[in-house]
Unconditional design. Structure first.
Lengths: 346, 265
């Protein structure tokens, strides 16, 4: 980031070398412009998006078009102001500069979307609603959407926590004890590879409620990868670690808690990650088929009523939630596994 | 490094335990066939004595150390610490392995604290961990992770991790093997000083004849696998020793001869 310093610009060169350096200085202005250029263009793109909302008349009746245009102008102004005051914004400045190309792309995408749907109808209408229709869902159908979000989070959290805990404990036991391994390993082999959704009919008539059935399915989808990876993590711990700990007076519980588990933790996180992915799939299916709540059900409902804007709105929320969950998991891992920095590249 | 001037007969503090290896034989099963590794090994170390074990690669030195540590029972024979048979690992006999084997997920401090933590006495004895880290000169690195250390530093952490337990028998498996020759010479002197200060009985496996002669009261030379004791040589020189000592040079020639290198040396 270059700041153009006035005091230096007016200083009189004292020597030839300094004069040359002085002559070179004005270059920093275009350089600063180049560095911020993407942000400036991003601002322009958002202004363009706002204008595209207002320029043509909407092909149908969408009450949020004006509000959306104003929001676009506000964002454009925000980008511009933040870029110009970047030197005083601390860490936020570089962060914005780094994301500027994305803001630009987003502005362009929204403009094209707006024009292609609401204005010129290049895309067939009920199936491809314009941005303002989706905004309308967020403002007018918010309570129902929020209810669905909370229902999904509750179901997912419960099932995932149970599955992760049971999978972790099972994995450690199989990895640690030959006896447990003898009995559990074949069962795992037989049942594990079955997609959790295949249990759906079984679960929905054996469990007392559709909620407990879905929790079971999500736990199952999470539990299998967590078990297998925890197990392989524990089983692959270098024996030398155990030798060291034993000569220093470690009892078996110490070997499990302080040697086997920390050594296996990187594997466990891979399992948790895979479990998260497959449990999302089960969550949506379970909500669509069994539980009459949650984002999966909302999607199903929206599709049933041909409410395509609601469908897209729910999809966006869902993808934010899923990627948020995965980000959270990675943050936790980075915190717990700081020692791996420099050992492995993730 | 401080060179402690100890003149005359060496007196050992009562910290060290005696070690008796009585007719110990050991073998491994590899693919159904039996690989004999130790063949009737028989020797003892007095409390506080420094014994070096020399022998060709793969003859069974590390295996012997594992038996002394109690990590495995011998196929036949008995090992005794202060007269009591060794039945399993115990923190009075601590091993510094051929590889430092630091736990990568623990900082230097927590690696050194491992023994006290495992014995459940860390809470009251944290000072011992700090002292051990100071002793090997790594106080600046107590919060570093193993991957941030050099090979020599890692080996020193492994040494601190052993010493913090105040072992009665310190078992060293080529602890200096992977160090550069300068660090190695410094650490040899440090080891002698430490041993003299603490008075533990020391069992050191090494490939390096000079190292054995520089450090040990006695050098035991093993044959090829299965290891048998070929010679048990007393190094009757006071500490600190000098590498140019003609008596050590003579012993060195003898030992190289025993190892089958007389023609070239
Ligand atoms: N766990 C084991 N299972 C089978 N064979 C083993 C095992 N450990 C060691 N051996 C064999 O025992 C022999 C002696 O091994 P050991 O590690 O004691 O040698 P060493 O004298 O320490 O050699 P070096 O000086 O190279 O470290 C080797 O031939 C090795 O293959
Ligand atoms: Mg060895």
């Amino acid at each position: 980031m270059s700041t153009y310093s006035a005091s230096k610009a007016v200083a009189i060169p004292q020597s030839v070398e300094e004069g040359a350096a002085f002559a070179g200085r004005p270059l920093s202005l275009p350089a600063s412009f180049l560095a911020n250029g993407a942000a400036v263009f991003a601002s322009v793109a958002w202004i363009g998006f706002g204008l595209s909302c207002l320029w043509w008349v909407d092909l149908a009746d969408w009450p949020r078009t004006h509000a959306l245009a104003i929001a676009a102008f506000v964002i454009a102004g925000g980008i511009l102001v933040a870029t110009l005051s970047a030197p005083w914004l601390g860490r936020f400045g570089p962060a914005l500069q780094q994301r500027a190309p994305w803001l630009l792309a987003l502005g362009l995408f929204l403009t094209v979307w707006e024009v292609a749907t609401a204005k010129l109808a290049w895309l067939p209408l009920p199936f491809f609603p314009p941005p303002q229709a989706i905004i309308e869902v967020y403002t007018d159908d918010l309570p129902k959407l929020l209810d669905s979000v909370f229902a999904s989070i509750k179901l997912q959290l419960g099932g995932y926590a149970i599955g992760a805990a049971v999978g972790f404990l099972t994995g450690v036991s199989i990895g640690w004890s030959r006896g447990v391994g003898y009995w559990v390993h074949p069962v795992l082999r037989f049942i594990g590879p079955l997609p959790a959704t295949a249990w759906l009919p079984f679960a929905f008539f054996t469990f007392p409620s559709s909620w407990s059935a879905s929790t079971f399915l999500i736990a199952l989808a999470t539990g299998f990868p967590v078990t297998v990876l925890t197990w392989s993590g524990v089983a692959s711990v270098n024996n030398a670690y155990y030798d060291v700990a034993r000569t220093l007076g470690a009892k078996p519980w110490f070997l499990v808690l302080k040697v086997a588990i920390p050594a296996a933790l990187p594997h466990v996180f891979v399992g948790l990650f895979m479990g998260l992915g497959s449990s999302f799939a089960v969550l949506v299916v379970a909500e669509m088929i069994g539980v009459k709540a949650g984002l999966g059900w909302y999607l199903q409902w929206a599709q049933g009523w041909a409410a395509y804007s609601n469908m897209y709105a729910a999809l966006i929320v869902m993808s934010l939630l899923c990627s948020g969950a995965i980000t959270l998991l990675f943050r936790t891992r980075d915190r717990l596994l700081v020692w791996q920095k420099g050992v492995v590249k993730w | 490094m401080v060179a402690l001037a100890v003149a005359g007969p060496i007196t050992y503090p009562a910290v060290g335990a005696s070690l008796d290896v009585e007719h110990v034989s050991h073998a491994f099963d590899i693919d159904g066939s039996v690989l004999p590794v130790l063949d009737d090994v028989n020797f003892s170390a007095k409390p506080g004595e420094f014994v070096a074990l020399l022998g060709p690669s793969g003859c069974g030195k590390s295996t012997l150390l594992r038996l002394v540590a109690g990590l495995e029972p011998p196929r036949s024979g008995v090992l005794r610490e202060d007269g009591d048979p060794v039945t399993g690992p115990f923190p009075s006999r601590v091993v510094v392995f051929q590889d430092p084997t630091l736990f990568p997920w623990r900082t230097v401090w927590k690696n050194v604290a491992l023994g006290l933590e495992a014995q459940g006495i860390l809470k009251t004895q944290r000072q011992r961990v700090d002292d051990a880290i100071d002793l090997v000169g790594l106080s600046q690195f107590r919060n570093a992770y193993p991957h941030q250390l050099s090979g020599g530093m890692a080996q020193r952490v492994a040494l601190a991790r052993a010493l913090v337990n105040d072992p009665r028998i310190l078992i060293l498996d080529e602890p200096l093997g992977k160090l550069d020759s300068l660090t190695r010479i410094t650490m040899q002197a440090e080891l002698v000083a430490l041993w003299q200060r603490k008075g533990f009985t020391t069992l050191l496996v090494t490939h390096d004849v000079e190292e054995a002669l520089f450090l040990a009261n006695r050098v035991i030379v093993f044959s090829d696998r299965p290891a048998r004791i070929k010679a048990d040589i007393a190094v009757d020189r006071p500490y600190p020793r000098h590498r140019g000592d003609p008596r050590l040079a003579e012993l060195r020639r003898n030992i190289l001869g025993l190892l089958g290198l007389d023609a070239t040396w």
